[in-house]
Write a protein that binds this ligand. Structure first.
Ligand code: GLV
Length: 299
């Protein structure tokens, strides 16, 4: 049986993944060309956010291993076989990268570095008040593999961190008592459009908003209104309703928005190939698979 690598990967990325996966699993046949493998021979699909329908014809699948941490797009594929175990990517290296991005964003908000960037563009020399880390309360929404690491890193840096997870009491209370809100919740039916006008209105005036999760969790028009009114002081956005962020979108040029191209924490083949290999070997040996998605819960 063989391993099918499938998804939206640029040629150099595809080459890197094939090389690392073949190194990590020398005993396996691994290819991205389904016609070379033959659909009936594929029992493992290693998927990088594939377009819906790509796994439809694989009748002998035993494992779908995502290279992405978030599996919302996969779960949105009505053709995805329901009886095949689906594993998401859990790689400590990715959690570290996410913690670095969150730390950069929170630190920049704390010390006014985004404001200094605006001042530079305007040719303005003006010193802003210098806040200490322990004067900021940071909400980390989502305390899974990524959010948990982010919360640890921020508290090690001296911030007052309050975590919030699904079912963890009223979100409004957390929003209203935080200077920065960092979103790392998975996209599910419950979190879709979570950040709407009411939620932004519940935030502290001038709070920072850092979205490192999914664009569909934010009502973009409501965020723009909250930025324009100053309710949200600055937003750092890695994810958007439509990606790539369309040319001319208001976020591109908004003075209070920092845009990242969905790059807060990339899956790194150098470490993640070993994560995939461990699960493929578990399947071959009949051992329990790791990081399985609970489809009812949605992550
Ligand atoms: C990136 O967004 C991922 O889900 O890995």
């Amino acid at each position: 049986m063989s391993v099918y690598l499938c998804g939206e990967l640029e040629p150099p990325e595809l080459e890197a993944w094939l090389r690392r996966l073949r190194e990590a699993l020398p005993e396996e046949t691994i290819d991205h060309d389904l016609s070379r493998l033959g659909p009936a021979m594929v029992d493992v699909a290693v998927v990088a956010n594939p377009a819906p329908g790509r796994l439809r014809d694989l009748g002998n699948l035993q494992l779908i291993q995502s290279l992405w941490a978030g599996v919302d797009r996969l779960l949105g594929d009505a053709t995805l076989p329901l009886d095949v175990p689906l594993a998401r990517m859990v790689d400590p290296a990715m959690a570290d990268a996410m913690a670095e991005t969150a730390l950069w964003a929170v630190l920049s908000l704390q010390r006014g570095f985004f404001a200094y960037q605006r001042q530079q563009q305007a040719g303005r020399w003006q010193v802003l008040p210098q806040r200490r880390a322990d004067e900021l309360t940071v909400a980390v929404l989502g305390l899974g593999e990524l959010g948990g690491r982010v919360a640890q890193r921020l508290s090690a840096q001296g911030y007052r961190v309050q975590g919030w997870r699904r079912g963890g009491g009223p979100l409004e209370t957390v929003l209203g008592s935080s200077d920065v809100v960092v979103n790392l919740l998975p996209l599910t039916g419950e979190t879709s459009a979570l950040f709407n006008a009411a939620r932004f209105a519940a935030m502290k005036p001038g709070a920072g908003f850092v979205n490192l999760a999914r664009g569909a969790q934010v009502v973009e028009a409501d965020l723009l209104a909250a930025l324009d009114s100053g309710r949200v002081g600055h937003a750092v956005l890695d994810v958007f309703q439509t990606e790539p962020l369309p040319a001319g979108h208001a976020f591109w040029s908004h003075p209070s928005v920092t845009v990242l191209p969905h790059a807060a924490a990339l899956t790194d083949p150098r470490s993640a190939a070993a994560v995939v290999a461990a699960n493929v070997r578990a399947l071959r040996d009949g051992r329990p698979l790791a990081h399985l998605v609970d489809r009812g819960r949605g992550y």
